[in-house]
Design a protein around this ligand. Structure first.
Ligand code: PDD
Length: 287
């Protein structure tokens, strides 16, 4: 986290950036979040991130903590105050502070909002993309509302920890039908031996990633053949290419799945083409 955070109406130093112990986010994971990339001094796809935040809030019947326009200003302001030129801005909204009781608190309970930002080194990601990363597969054990960007991320935490212990960057969840859903914090893609781009439809089993949406637009602009359908780990292991998408990794090539080398073991051409022209299609809001 950077030095300055926005907490319920105030910009505060990190050490003062605290929330109430009865915040329902802390006690019930009763909240939602967004992570938006900052690239070269601009917020990437902020409109879509705020649209998705709106949807998550509506699905959980949590009110907006403030005007959308005001929140947009806060995102930029937190990034600016932390001098983030390249990095991430994080926004979390919870149902607010109330005496512990599972049912919703009274309707006048003010939702709680926190915004933080941190710098990242684009060169580190570029170097990673040159090498490609490894993923493992794990059984899907999340609830069926993964379309909501909820802060309840325990299965994702455990999956990613398992990946780390296996020397991998991500874990792909595999559902009861034996199909890959998505990663712990990324969407999953393959390129078939005959060059088709495959990613699971966003209707069930996955979060509709913003990076996924933009990557589909980039793929269309490149006249690539796209199949939105589920795939198995076995199909992925014999694919020509594999990659993952997220605000934190953009388009990241995958070169190993469960220890099996993908394609020629190096980042794929299609993957790198999508990566290279991603920002042509992404929306940029200057800080
Ligand atoms: N994760 N699927 C899951 C489960 C995610 O948590 C994310 C994002 C994605 C990709 O969505 P997007 O392209 O909009 O970032 C898919 C964020 C980055 C995180 O939790 O850090």
């Amino acid at each position: 986290m950077g030095r300055i955070a926005y907490v319920n109406g105030r910009y505060v130093h990190g050490r003062d950036a605290t929330v109430n112990v009865e915040d329902r986010g802390y006690q019930f994971a009763d909240g939602v979040y967004e992570v938006c990339e900052i690239r070269d001094g601009a917020l990437i796809d902020m409109t879509r991130h705020l649209d998705r935040l709106d949807r998550s809030l509506r699905e959980l019947e949590i009110r907006w903590p403030m005007d959308r326009d005001a929140l947009q200003i806060v995102l930029g302001e937190v990034a600016r105050r932390n001098r983030v030129h390249d990095g991430l801005v994080y926004v979390q909204v919870t149902r607010g502070v109330a005496r512990r009781d599972h049912v919703f608190p009274s309707a006048d309970t003010q939702p709680a909002v926190v915004v933080t930002a941190k710098s990242t080194d684009p060169q580190v990601f570029a170097n990673k993309a040159k090498e490609g990363v490894a993923v493992i597969t794990v059984p899907e054990n999340r609830w069926d509302r993964v379309d909501i960007k909820s802060i309840g991320l325990l299965p994702n935490v455990l999956a990613r920890q398992k990946a780390k212990e296996a020397g991998a960057a991500e874990a792909w969840f595999v559902d009861r039908d034996g199909m890959v859903t998505e990663g712990g914090a990324t969407n999953a893609w393959i390129v078939t031996p005959d060059g088709k781009l495959v990613t699971r439809p966003a209707e069930t089993g996955i979060l509709r990633g913003i990076t996924r949406t933009v990557a589909l637009e980039v793929a269309e602009a490149h006249d690539l053949q796209i199949e939105e359908r589920a795939f198995t780990p076995d199909e992925a292991k014999s694919a020509r290419e594999a990659f993952m998408t997220s605000a934190t990794s953009m388009v990241m090539p995958i070169v190993r799945i469960d220890g099996v080398s993908i394609g020629n073991g190096h980042p794929g051409i299609t993957t790198m083409a999508l990566r290279d022209s991603f920002y042509d299609k992404a929306e940029k809001t200057l800080l």
